[in-house]
Design a protein around this ligand. Sequence first.
Ligand SMILES: *Cc1c(COP(=O)(O)O)cnc(C)c1O
Length: 443
Amino acid sequence: MEAKYWYNILPDLPEGFPPYMKPDGSPVKAEEMEVLFAKELVRQELSQDKWIPIPDEVREVYSIWRPTPLRRALRLERALKTPARIYYKYEGASPPGSHKPNTSVAQLYYVSKEGVGRVTTETGAGQWGSAVAFAAQFFGVRATIYMVRVSYKQKPLRRILMELWGADVAPSPSDRTKVGRKYLESDPDHPGSLGIAISEAIEDAVTTGSKYVLGSVLNHVLMHQTVIGLEALEQMKGLDEYPDYVVGACGGGSSFSGLYWPFYYEKVSKKAPKDVQFLAAEPAAVPTLTKGTYMYDFGDTAGLTPLVKMHTLGHTMVPPPIHAGGLRYHGCAPTLSILVKHGVVKARAYDQVSVFEAAKLFANTEGFVPAPETAHAVRAVVDLALEAKEKGEERVILFNFSGHGLLDLSAYDEYLSGRLQPYVYPDEEIRRNIEAVREKVRI
Ligand SMILES: *Cc1c(COP(=O)(O)O)cnc(C)c1O
C-alpha cells in the first residue's frame, strides 16, 4: 500500500510544459536553477520520466504517518441528507498537521545528500515553515525561515513549533538581507508579505551557498505530493469505490495535485472505470483560477524569480487578509493552469464566511477541525453533495483533507463571534494588476 514511486504528470500533459523564462525572453537553464535548488530536485523538475522512485530514507520518514487514513464522512452525508458518498484523505495526520511534509522530507533528503548544511525558505502563517523545520532536523540540516512579520507577531504557535524542531525563525522583513533592510528603512514595523519573505530567503541562499526550498507550485513539489493520490487510489479500490469527483483546496496547487494526478493518470491511460472530474476550490479573495489571466508572470512580488506561465492575478497583488494564509498567492502551479485551460480541471471560488460555515458543519458532524485552507475544499464538497441531492444522483466525492485547524482556532473564534469578513477581490483591481504585468513582462 505504501507508494514506492512518485507520479510525474509532465509526459501526460495535453501540451508541452512551457519553460521557465528570464525577463529577456530566454529560457532558464538547469545549471541556473541549481544555484538555488538541489541538483536532483532540478532534475526532477524537468524530468520526462513518468515514475520516479522514492528513496528508502524518505519512505522511512514517511512511515511515521503514512499511509494516511481514507475515511468516509457518513455523518456529514446524513446531515446533508445527500445520496452522495463522501470520502476524505486525512493529511492532518502528519506531525506538522498537513500534507506539506510529503515534499519537505523529500527536498531536505536531497539537500542533505548533496552535502549542503543549511536551507532557507519563507512561511506565511507557518504551515510550510513547520514542515521544513520538521524535515530538516531528521536529516541534520539547519533551516532559516523567514516568517511574515504580522504572522510572527499574531500567530506565535507555529513559530514555537518551528523553534522546537530546531529552526532559526526570523520575522520578515528582517535586517539580515539587503531586501529586508530596504523595507525596514521605509517602515521599521513593516508587516511583511509572502513576496518579501521569498525575496529574503532567495537572497540569503544565493549569498551564502545554502539552498532554497519551496512548498508549492513547482513540478517536483507537486510530484512529491502524489503519495496522497496513489494511496487514495488503492484505498478506494479496496472499498470497491471510485470517485466521480476529486476535490481539493488550491493555493499553489500542491495538495490538490497530489490527490488528483494519479486519477488523471488513470483517466489518460484509459484505466479509469468512470469519467472522473477534478474540482479546485479557491478563495473569492484570491480567485486565481476563476478570474486570473493565463500568462507569464513572476512568482514573487519583487520580481526576482523566473517567469512562470500560469493563471495569475498579477504579482503586485496584495491578497486580502483572509485566514487561509496558504491560499494567499497570486499565481498557481503551471501544470494545473494547463489543465484548467484545457477544461480538464474546473475551479470554483468561495468567500471565507461560507467556507467557515461548511468547516463548522464538518467539525460538528465528523469531529475533525479543518484548516482554513482545507475548509475551502469542504465548502465545495458540501455544494456538490447538495447538488447531488437536488438531482437525486449517487455521486462519489473524494477530497483532500489537507490539514487540521487546531492551530487556527483564533480564526474559528472570529467566525463564531460574527466578526469574520467575507472578502471578494474586485474585478477592477484584477484588471489593473494584469495591465501592470503586461507593461513589465514582454513575453
Ligand atoms: C499550504 C496549504 C494549502 C495550500 O497549498 P497548496 O500548495 O495549494 O496545497 C492547503 N491546505 C493546507 C492545510 C496548507 O497548509
